[in-house]
Design a protein around this ligand. Structure first.
Ligand SMILES: Nc1nc2c(c(=O)[nH]1)N[C@H]1C(S)=C(S)[C@@H](COP(=O)(O)OP(=O)(O)OC[C@H]3O[C@@H](n4cnc5c(=O)[nH]c(N)nc54)[C@H](O)[C@@H]3O)O[C@H]1N2
Ligand SMILES: Nc1nc2c(c(=O)[nH]1)N[C@H]1C(S)=C(S)[C@@H](COP(=O)(O)OP(=O)(O)OC[C@H]3O[C@@H](n4cnc5c(=O)[nH]c(N)nc54)[C@H](O)[C@@H]3O)O[C@H]1N2
Ligand code: SF4
Ligand SMILES: [Mo]
Length: 889
């Protein structure tokens, strides 16, 4: 029997890049915990990271290549991919093919995909989902610094006195970093300002929240720059010695934002709040400004980035401890993708197409005379070209564009029409439905390589499980195809370590310091060194001085060594809200889900906090549209429609709705935010506007509601709306429709699987409006249960969920209860799960508060809730406050 073993690796979710220790027990079960030695998290994990062990099951995994509706061998599949791509290139030229890849690939996977497309196929047509994520930050960095550089490191959060979080729900999206910021707030009194149109878990713990109008960040930061100039808070020496174009930027900022009153009006803020923010920024030297998708995913994202950077350059707050603009990366390897050149407009290793000498250098290094000489299509344009038939063959790797791209129905139509679509994934998704060839990729825990986190720190992902079935690492699949296309010599790698060494060598090749991205000190890593590689920052040049915090010497990677102020002006949002589409729709993330839910959606405790797709609305908007909490809503924009539950929430501002980006066709009938989002892009970065689109929301007149609790994994069809979430031992389906209840019962009844009539328990009420049924397995346990009733009239069902999990033989009392729809023994419902780490529900928290727990600490020591990752603390605090208020009344 095998011994238990522990492997050091890195979390495959967000860009914080936490170290994880995976312990594989002798029986093969894996448990994970935070790696206390990893500098990003020092042992902490958030709810998603802590549940990684529960995502390793093989249900739903792709285990073999498939094409033509059948399983196939690797040889056939790879031959087909290579010949289709080669033929398209021969007949229509290299620009008739494209790769759409992902910031979730490892650096080694990414490097070879980029090398194949740009170096050997000879087209720039490789783009990545980072186009939807980091492109505006990349463009803003390049305009300001001359290179895509995030200057700061995480320690800056611990020595800052002011942290400005703008367009970032850090508490949910970078939870471990947020914990580090809150520790600084507790320990050294660091002030936190949050700039976000809605109230979030992040705004719950801050000193000032500016709920600005969507898309008005440029005005706010232009006003800040003007204020700094007027109040003499700028660093004139720094500006003179290390920057250019200050006067133009300051002049435009003052013209754009002539007074605090004008800024307040333009941003929809109280003048006193704007003043308070400007005063804090002006007075506190050690300031970090953290930004994420509220900044990047905007029609003017690049200008937002530069408006922020301008304020840091003007105050010389960059390159020093506790200062700097800090774009936090979303995906685990968004940064690694930028390093290899995975964006269509970059070449490789921070060299780009604009510089002919750079193209020549990469061409010589790769021995690739056929190298692409110009950039390729950016994601939105790439899918447009697929739709137009200009792209004949497309390979999608590690991303789910049928869900996550804006105007997703157009993307689906394009995929359906395309001559040849290859998809490499670990599971079936909405995108794999369009694959002509489906390639099974090895998943987290099965593959080896490196990732780079938000602070430019490289860490290893290490395998601790064998790849199941015939799944293969992405780098190997790419190399196998490259070899079959005739490029074998350039892709003859046997290990990821070999690829990594080549990548580091390219970064150092003819690099005399012009490019800060330099890993020259790592080119000599042996295989053993690579195995043992400990997390470290770049730059890691061979001979020059090691630098962790960049720009400390005031030198920037532009040809004259100076940073640029970029004059920017507040532009109008791409769309205006009108009577047809009267609300502004914002989209983003939930605490416990990861993107299109292909992994987190299978984990019961991660589905418990927000089990259904929902749209958040301000109470007065809900009332104006005749919507109540829990109603089913029909949402439409000029791009498409979806259906989701209404959640009335004071956290929204009037006129604005919020919908999570996560739901796909695997988890709901039609609830993907991508179907609503627009294809408007930022002119500099090509990043789509995903935070603002006019929407109309009306109530669906549902006439019945149902739930199906089952062990089986189904995708119901024919329902106006369904959604599902994982529960212990199976799935929970919410069903609803607009047809009369008796028809609803018939429709729902078809979902029930009853092998033999004597295994069915069934009850229909006298009027035929309510229905309850259960299927009993051979051992006498409940295999599934179906309840149908009028909307809002379904009986309690927590106890049915636990009945499914126990798999125990049903007692007579249970059978009666199933038919009467009432639990045999009153079991207290725990309520909506608030703490995912310890599975503690709202009802449990409320009763703990009622019995005297009046602080987070007291709750923590009684129920443990909130003591692990901490991302539920703001929700717990709200429950405590509500309980105390009730007690006082
Ligand atoms: N739980 C969880 N964490 C994740 C992910 C996940 O799927 N789930 N994904 C990861 C990835 S890839 C990414 S990119 C990051 C994203 O991390 P974040 O950017 O923090 O997440 P979002 O929810 O997309 O958007 C952030 C906030 O921007 C606000 N916003 C909208 N419009 C504006 C505006 O005009 N101005 C300003 N200032 N704010 C605005 C939204 O209201 C929202 O609260 O999260 C990473 N971490
Ligand atoms: N409306 C709206 N849309 C958005 C956003 C938004 O805020 N609003 N955010 C955007 C952002 S920032 C991002 S980053 C994107 C994310 O969007 P996607 O990239 O589409 O989301 P994921 O669900 O992470 O897709 C990753 C896919 O890779 C698969 N996979 C996992 N591991 C591996 C592996 O090792 N190899 C391979 N080949 N496949 C693997 C997963 O099963 C999954 O299907 O969404 C964007 N879309
Ligand atoms: S914060 Fe959470 S999701 Fe992000 S890397 Fe750490 S454990 Fe993973
Ligand atoms: Mo992202």
């Amino acid at each position: 029997m095998e011994e238990a073993r522990e492997v050091r690796t890195t979390c495959p979710y967000c860009g914080v890049g936490c170290g994880v220790l995976a312990e594989v027990a002798a029986d093969g079960t894996t448990t994970v915990r935070g790696d206390p030695e990893h500098p990003a998290n020092l042992g902490r994990l958030c709810s998603k990271g802590a549940a990684l062990g529960e995502t390793l099951g093989l249900e739903g995994r792709l285990l073999q290549p498939e094409f033509g509706g059948r399983q196939a061998g690797w040889d056939e599949a790879l031959d087909l991919v290579a010949s289709k791509f080669s033929r398209a290139i021969a007949e229509h030229g290299p620009d008739s093919v494209a790769f759409y890849v992902s910031g979730q690939l490892l650096t080694e996977d990414y490097y070879v995909a980029n090398k194949l497309m740009k170096g050997f196929i000879g087209s720039g047509n490789i783009d990545t989902n980072s186009r939807l994520c980091m492109a505006s930050s990349v463009a803003g960095h390049r305009r300001a610094f001359g290179e895509d550089i995030v200057p700061g490191v995480y320690e800056d959060f611990e020595c800052a006195d002011l942290i400005v979080l703008t367009g970032s729900n850090t508490a949910w999206c970078h939870p471990v970093l947020h914990q580090r910021m809150l520790a600084a707030r507790r320990e050294r009194g660091t002030k936190i300002v949050v700039i976000d149109p809605r109230r979030t878990a992040t705004t719950d713990e801050c000193d000032l929240h500016l709920a600005l109008d969507p898309g008005t960040d440029v005005l706010l930061f232009n006003g800040l720059l003007a204020h700094l100039v007027h109040t003499g808070k700028i660093e004139t020496d720094f500006i003179r010695e290390h920057t250019r174009d200050f006067d133009a930027a300051a002049a435009l900022a003052s013209a754009d934002a002539p007074s605090i009153t004008r800024v307040a009006k333009g941003c929809g803020l109280a003048a006193a709040d704007v003043q308070a923010f400007y005063d804090l920024f002006a007075e506190i030297d050690r300031t970090v400004t953290v930004y994420s998708q509220g900044v990047n995913q905007s029609a003017h994202g690049t200008d937002k980035v530069n408006a922020i950077i301008n304020c840091h350059l003007a105050t010389g707050r960059i390159g020093k401890p506790g200062t700097g603009p800090f774009s936090v990366t979303g995906q685990p390897n968004a940064m690694g993708g930028r390093e290899v050149g995975g964006l269509a407009n970059q070449l490789a290793a921070h060299m780009d197409f604009a510089d002919a000498a750079g193209v020549d250098r990469v061409s010589r290094f790769w021995n690739a005379p056929n190298i692409a000489r110009r950039g390729g299509l950016k994601a939105v344009d790439m899918f447009q070209s697929v739709a137009d038939g200009r792209i004949k063959a497309l390979w999608v790797m590690g991303t789910n564009p049928a869900v996550s791209m804006p105007d997703a129905s157009r993307v689906r139509a394009a995929l359906a029409k395309c001559d040849f679509v290859v998809v490499s994934d670990v599971t079936r998704t909405d995108t794999t439905r369009y694959a002509d060839v489906l390639l099974p990729a090895a998943a987290w825990g099965e593959k080896d390589g490196t990732v780079t986190n938000s602070e430019r720190r490289l860490s290893r992902q290490r395998s601790f499980l064998p790849a199941p079935g015939e799944a293969k690492a992405d780098w190997r699949i790419v190399c196998d195809v490259a070899t079959r296309m005739g490029f074998g010599d350039a892709f003859a790698y046997k290990t990821p370590a070999e690829i990594f060494r080549e990548h580091t060598a390219l970064s150092a090749f003819e690099n005399s310091g012009a490019r800060l991205f330099d890993l020259g000190g790592l080119t000599g890593l042996s295989d053993t060194d690579y195995d043992a590689f400990a997390p470290r920052h770049w730059p890691a040049p061979e001979h020059r001085k090691k630098q962790t915090r960049l720009f400390a010497d005031g030198r920037f990677p532009a040809s004259d060594g100076r940073a640029r102020f970029v004059p920017v002006r507040q532009e109008a949002t791409a769309f205006t809200i009108d009577a047809d589409y009267p609300l502004a729709l914002n989209t983003g993330r939930l605490r416990d889900q990861w993107h299109t839910m292909t992994r987190t959606g299978n984990v019961p405790r991660l589905m418990a906090n927000a089990p259904e797709p929902a749209v958040d609305l301000h109470p007065s908007d809900a009332a104006a549209h005749w919507l109540k909490d829990g109603d089913l809503a029909h949402l439409s924009t000029r791009f498409g429609f979806v259906r989701a539950r209404v959640r009335v929430s004071e956290a929204q501002r009037r006129g604005q709705a919020f919908m999570p980006m996560h739901w796909s066709g695997q988890f709901a009938a039609r609830a993907s935010a991508g179907l609503l989002s627009s294809t408007v892009t930022d002119p500099h970065s090509g990043q789509p506007e995903l935070k603002h689109v006019p929407v109309r929301i009306v109530r669906e007149n549902t006439a019945w509601a149902g739930v199906l609790i089952t062990r089986r994994d189904l995708r119901p069809t024919g329902f106006v709306h369904w959604s599902r979430h994982a529960i212990e031992g199976g799935w929970f389906y919410e069903l609803t429709g607009t047809e009369p209840p008796d028809q609803g019962i018939l429709l729902a009844r078809k979902l029930l699987a009853v092998p033999r009539q004597d295994q069915l328990l069934e009850y229909t009420d006298r009027r035929g409006l309510a229905y309850r049924a259960a299927a009993i397995d051979d051992a006498g346990a409940m295999a599934e249960a179906l309840l149908v009733a009028a909307p809002h009239q379904l009986p309690a069902r927590d106890w049915l969920v636990s009945l499914l999990a126990t798999r125990q033989k049903l007692s007579t009392a249970d059978r009666h209860a199933l038919l009467s729809g009432r639990s045999p023994v009153p079991i207290p419902a725990i309520g909506r799960v608030v703490c995912a780490c310890f599975h503690v529900g709202a009802n449990q928290l409320a009763s703990a508060v009622a019995s005297g727990c009046d602080s987070l600490e007291a709750i923590g020591s009684t129920l443990r809730a909130g003591t692990n990752c901490g991302s539920c603390r703001s929700e717990i605090r709200a429950i405590i406050e509500k309980g105390m208020l009730q007690a006082a009344e």
